[in-house]
Design a protein around this ligand. Structure first.
Ligand code: NAP
Length: 477
């Protein structure tokens, strides 16, 4: 399949380097091909977005919403086909991939619904006959940069609010997953999106930087690693450009002595190994109350060892490969370093050989929190365990991280659960469910090194994709 960039409403081949989108389960298989956009084409994309901005912003919110609903219908109709494509290019299992595609349709519908919700506030005035209105306006041209691990749902949760609130978009998806980016753009253009409102440019770091730097781009929304996110924040700071970044995590699950251990073991494994551990909210640290540690770890290790790993398109497969050889090397060397530092593998010690970027689901019993594994996001199916003497120590260990994206706690004690709500420094907390998982209608995002700027999803997205204007509406004299 040949992929094209979308610039000013035209599908164009791209004047930049050629790229091949390959199947991580069988790297010799090319899923799609295309060419990156050149610097001149990124310029044209920004110019097109600027030119389209006034008319799109002036269009009634309900007319913009109608395009999103029509696109959602197209995405839903293609969910099985595009889900299979997603599994082939990214490596998550077919059921997860189809669910992701359907999730992106739900997000498009949710933000279409914003047209029916209040769009400002009215305050009284001490001056007779006057009211004070707070109205919402689009920010203009939004530059969107997205990661590889959710090829359609993360783009949807940026593009849908951006468009719904009246902005135009220049979007650079991850170069590892260009096919699903093409599909989402296709759905939106087929749904009647006017020319220039969404521009899709393929490229790597250089294209991302060009969008961040461009004076014609009014604001940047980025999701990806903390290292790149911090560079984007710094650059936007220099330019005085509004920025929203959702970044890496090192998420903890805490299992206390009163927890249902079967349920906790199941949820910890879902959090650690679903999507091959390539979720920003994946569980990578497990903190267990000492009295139940051996019992829990036996269950977690046993579940990890019997997970079916293989081609994500094959029925019954529960975990696919990592996305790339670089990801595989990062995970295997991170595990080897942890073992050198004294970690004991409870599951998944031997690497895979053969084709594909597979690694085994891995459980590491850590010698303490001083190891590199405790601090560094590996972004793979690896969970490292430490023991805690009680609730306070467990919560303290969960907070012992520069990251603060998500956490999970397993307990039957409501008082302890509320204590965790008070104590834990994270953007998302799951009580008695795995650390990953999010609904489109509630805020999503991290604290500390995991997030910067307004949160995404739900009405929180409005904080980034609009600005307020305060209007003192006096009666005519
Ligand atoms: P990444 O390497 O940081 O890349 C993210 C995006 O930024 C890609 O499109 C990438 O392009 C682009 N990029 C790279 N260098 C850039 C630069 N200097 N300027 C502008 N753009 C640049 O992240 P990833 O490997 O795709 O995704 C995994 C990471 O994302 C993990 O750390 C994960 O925790 C995090 N994540 C966070 C969330 C969240 O909501 N908090 C959600 C999902 C993922 P190319 O890759 O094409 O070069």
């Amino acid at each position: 399949m040949d992929l094209l960039n979308l610039i000013g409403g035209r599908w164009v081949e791209g004047d930049g380097e050629e790229f091949a989108d390959t199947n991580p389960a069988r790297p010799s298989e090319v899923v799609a091909r295309g060419r990156f956009a050149s610097a001149a084409e990124v310029e044209r994309a920004v110019a097109a977005a600027r030119a389209a901005a006034p008319e799109w912003a002036a269009m009634p919110h309900h007319a913009r919403a109608a395009v999103l609903v029509a696109a959602a219908d197209l995405v839903d109709a293609a969910a099985d086909e595009w889900g299979a494509e997603l599994a082939r290019e990214e490596g998550k299992t077919l059921p997860e991939a189809v669910a992701e595609v359907r999730g992106s349709a739900r997000i498009l519908r949710y933000y279409a619904g914003e047209a029916d919700r209040e769009s400002g506030e009215i305050f009284a005035s001490p001056r007779p006959g006057e009211n004070v209105l707070v109205v919402r306006k689009p920010i203009g041209v939004a530059g969107l940069i997205t990661p590889f691990n959710f090829p359609i749902v993360i783009p949807a949760w940026k593009i849908a609010p951006a468009l719904s609130y009246g902005n135009t978009v220049v979007w650079k998806p991850s170069s590892l997953v260009p096919l699903l980016a093409y599909r989402l753009a296709q759905a939106l253009t087929s749904a009647g999106l006017p020319d220039g409102v969404l521009n899709l440019v393929y490229g790597e770091a250089e294209a991302g930087s060009a969008i961040v730097d461009h004076p014609g781009v009014d604001a940047i929304s980025f999701t990806g690693s903390t290292a790149v996110g911090r560079a984007v924040i710094a650059r936007c700071g220099e330019l005085g450009k509004p920025v929203q970044t959702e970044m890496g995590g090192k998420n903890a699950s805490v299992v206390l002595a009163d927890a249902d251990l079967d349920h906790a073991a199941e949820q910890v494994c879902l959090g650690a190994f679903r999507s091959t551990g390539q979720k920003c909210t994946a569980t990578s640290r497990l903190i267990v109350a000492s009295p139940v540690a051996d019992e829990l770890l036996e269950r977690v290790a046993e579940r990890a060892a019997r997970l079916v790993v293989g081609d994500p398109l094959s029925p019954g497969v529960e975990m696919g490969p990592l996305v790339s050889s670089a990801a595989r090397d990062r995970v295997t060397s991170g595990v080897a370093r942890a073992v050198d530092e004294g970690a004991k593998p409870l599951a998944g010690s031997s690497p895979y050989d053969g084709e594909g970027w597979f690694v085994p689901p891995t459980v590491l019993d850590l010698p303490g929190t001083g190891v590199d594994f405790w601090r560094t996001e590996l972004f793979g199916p690896v969970v490292g365990v430490v023991r805690a003497s009680g609730t306070e120590e467990a919560l303290g260990l969960a907070n012992l991280s520069d990251h603060g994206l998500s956490a999970a706690i397993f307990t039957r004690d409501l008082g302890v659960a509320l204590r965790a709500v008070d104590r834990l420094d994270v953007g998302v907390l799951h009580i008695n469910s795995e650390s990953a998982g999010t609904f489109p209608y509630v805020p999503f995002g991290g604290v500390k090194q995991s997030g910067f700027g307004p949160k995404e999803q739900g009405r929180a997205a409005r904080e980034f994709f609009t600005h307020t204007m305060t209007v003192y509406l006096g009666a005519p004299a």
